[in-house]
Design a protein around this ligand. Structure first.
Ligand code: FAD
Length: 388
């Protein structure tokens, strides 16, 4: 079966690419192994940045029953409050099961031909072509791999989906909403090493999780139990509480997001914020960029120009992730890690900045050299006070 564009994966990245390409008139095959609605392990935190892209790409507001707006924010360290805000920039909390189904429906409505649920038995990254378990072969001029952190497309192109020394890992559980009536979003900077814990309120549940760089947290389950004990001590030793785990790229993006006629988007390209763990925004944005690059290249009759056009569009996201990685090294490396929470507690502007970054109200690019110098000085000041 011949299409212009094959897209593997209908998460935020794949559905965004499908909407853009189908609206521009391309014949799009959108392929997923799951039936929608399907679950996806995720905090479901939709930031202001994600909400903007949701509206721009899918024409959907972050305001209907799918979301719980959270206006209060608490920053903690091992359960102790070190910062926060009562009138915080809004975070929209959602369940990925419903959110992704909505995006998937928008892609179908835009005209993408959906192949789901299907099992892929082969990805030919040069033709490009995708063989399904029932024997059908889908062919296109271009292929977008938007199949998540463990991307089969990335494996077919590069031999592996991610670097095990850099990959992040998260554990989560959905708790009863009646545990608390509080709609406060919490981030705990002490819950994991080179990572954090989170409590995200939802309409019908509360998501509690911990995550960080996998190799730096060999016993993530212990971190999870400790964090659960802070919020629900009566549940911490309950064997019936089953957490689930998933990998997420944590700042280790692919410098060149594809090869030949194959473009990688979202987690498959490693596009997750290395400090906040936010990935939905960059997934939607990169999906949009990949879709636009495909449209542009096919309109000019030169499919082989798509990757270069995509790379140009991605450069802003790459700069943001690179800047965030640099800051992450400053705050998590060596002994500074111990002093960072103290510095945050002493300087409320640091927790406000963290929240504005998390909420998508500012970019890392907005943190000029002056701000970084101040951060270094405050960290230095905390180290000095401690030593005195
Ligand atoms: C524990 C945890 C918490 C997180 N919390 C947040 C958060 O609160 N906010 C935030 O912004 N980000 C969060 N993230 C990151 C976010 O979940 C991802 O960055 C985002 O889902 C990436 O979207 P995607 O479209 O690239 O991939 P995915 O959402 O993973 O979608 C990939 C799609 O591809 C399909 N697929 C996979 N393999 C195949 C195959 N072989 N054949 C066919 N189809 C296939 C899957 O079924 C799926 O539909 C979190 C991640 C984790 C692990």
């Amino acid at each position: 079966m011949q299409h212009d564009l094959l897209i593997i994966g209908s998460g935020p990245a794949g559905s965004a690419a499908a909407v853009i390409a189908a609206q521009a008139g391309l014949r799009v095959a959108l392929i997923d192994k799951s039936t929608f609605p399907r679950d996806k392990l995720c905090g479901g935190g939709i930031t202001g940045r994600s909400a903007r892209y949701l509206s721009e790409i899918f024409g959907a507001p972050a305001s209907d029953g799918l979301f719980l707006p959270s206006h209060q924010f608490r920053l903690t360290y091992a359960g102790r409050r070190i910062g926060g805000q009562e009138d915080a920039p809004t975070l929209y909390m959602t369940m990925r099961r419903a959110y992704d189904a909505m995006l998937h429906d928008r892609a179908r409505e835009a005209g993408a031909e959906v192949f789901a649920p299907v099992r892929i038995t082969d990805i030919d990254t040069t033709a490009p072509a995708v063989t399904l378990a029932d024997g059908r072969v889908l062919r296109g001029s271009l292929l977008i791999g938007a199949d998540g952190a463990n991307s089969a497309t990335a494996r077919a192109v590069f031999g592996r989906a991610f670097d095990p020394n850099e990959i992040g890992f998260g554990l989560e559980v959905e708790l009863d909403r009646d545990l608390t009536a509080d709609n406060t979003t919490e981030i705990d900077l002490g819950a994991a090493t080179w990572g954090y814990g989170w409590v995200f309120p939802k309409n019908d549940s509360i998501t509690l999780g911990v995550g960080g760089i996998h190799v730096r947290n060999p016993d993530m389950k212990a971190h999870f139990r400790n964090y659960l004990a802070i919020h629900a001590p009566h549940l911490a030793d309950n064997a019936k509480i089953k957490c689930k785990g998933a990998f997420l790229p944590f700042g280790d993006f692919r410098k060149v997001a594809g090869r030949g006629p194959v473009l990688l988007a979202g987690d498959a390209a490693g596009l997750v914020d290395p400090i906040t763990g936010e990935g939905i925004a960059w997934a939607m944005r990169s999906g949009q960029f990949a879709g636009e690059a495909a449209v542009e290249a096919l309109a000019s009759g030169q499919p082989d120009t798509a990757l270069a056009a995509y790379q140009r569009r991605l450069s802003y996201i790459h700069r943001e992730i690179t800047a965030a990685r640099r800051i992450r090294s400053m705050i998590y490396a060596g002994p500074i890690r111990t002093y960072f929470p103290r510095a945050v507690e002493r300087n409320p502007s640091m927790s406000r900045t963290y929240l504005r970054l998390l909420a998508g109200e500012m970019d890392y690019a907005d943190l000029g050299p002056k701000v970084l110098f101040r951060l270094a000085r405050r960290l230095g000041g905390s180290v000095f006070r401690r030593a005195a």
